[in-house]
Design a protein around this ligand. Sequence first.
Ligand SMILES: [Zn+2]
Length: 384
Amino acid sequence: MARQAFKYKLYHADRNRRLDRQRRIAGQIWNHCIALHKRYYRRYRKHLNQKRLKSRIAYLRNHLRPEWKNLGSQAVQDVIERIERGYELFFKAYRLRKEKKSKRVVRPPSFRKSVKYRSFTLKQAGWKLISPGKVKVGGCVYRFHQSRAIEGKVKTVTIGRDSVGDFWITFSVETEDAAPIKAATGRTAGFDFGLKRFLTGSDETTVEMPEPLKSELKRVKKANQRLSRKLKKSGGRKKARLSLARLHRQIADRRREFHHQTARALSRKYDVICIEDLNLTGMKSLWGRKASDLGFAQFVDILAHHCRKNGSRLVKIDRFFPSSKTCSVCGHVHRELSLRDRTWECPSCGSHHDRDKNAAINIEREGLRLIAHQAGHRLEGEAA
Ligand SMILES: [Zn+2]
């Protein structure tokens, strides 16, 4: 079973203010729970049990904070579960650090400003789809532009406000199991991510970043300058802030669209696609903020989704595999290769390499080796 999200924009309406109130209440409950967690830890040096927290908040809702009743009880529970998930990640990272298995630092969940608390989530109850584009939440009907049908069984419904001030509704569904792995095209390929070129394939395929996405940094910088020149609390500043938020949203939309297009085409073209399992923090320190701007992690998720749908296989290669430094002709590992070298000559066999292309070939080879290795294991298992 896989998860998929269907996201739609709600129509502007005065009643959306009711949703905003619910969002604010969710934020208040979040902060209240964080305070309780902190106090409990100070007193007893223990983690506050989720069940006790839930009953405490239920009591508050019934007796002391009746306005919290405007938010459905499932949404309240979801707030508490979000915090719990945050603490689980925090504890896990802490354990791994102590065992010296990882250096990653994760902060525990913390207080949030109301404007930064953006959404609340309902599960089975508290909402109802009346007809396409019409949903009832907490006794009030909201309309949204349903651009495509919702497929699968809805598990959760999240309603949120973005920085532009628009409301969105997201249906998270469980979809059918993945399509059976195909062997239709007989084509396999490896891909290398890059700064200059988005993807370089082990065959002749390359994917360039669209021009508007390439120049996004410049545009964001300009909008930021315009914002910083405005006086605090002025109407002009508010306008500039909104236009910056709108620009960010537009860029994110375009990037997602580009990712979907690329992933769809690749998953149709190949039976097997091999990529590197990316070390994003490492890439950020090497390449600066650019790596996160390019949204590699999002692309990998989207690619996995389309591969599942189209029955092609996505193989992720261990990030420590030296894909760039290995000569794809003789296998020599060229340790001295630096990030700046776009092309290089193998000191062992003399082959001339384009850095990215060579990496892509190695990634493909390693991916196919992994598949063969797994298949071997499976055969052994069946024989036993
Ligand atoms: Zn060589």
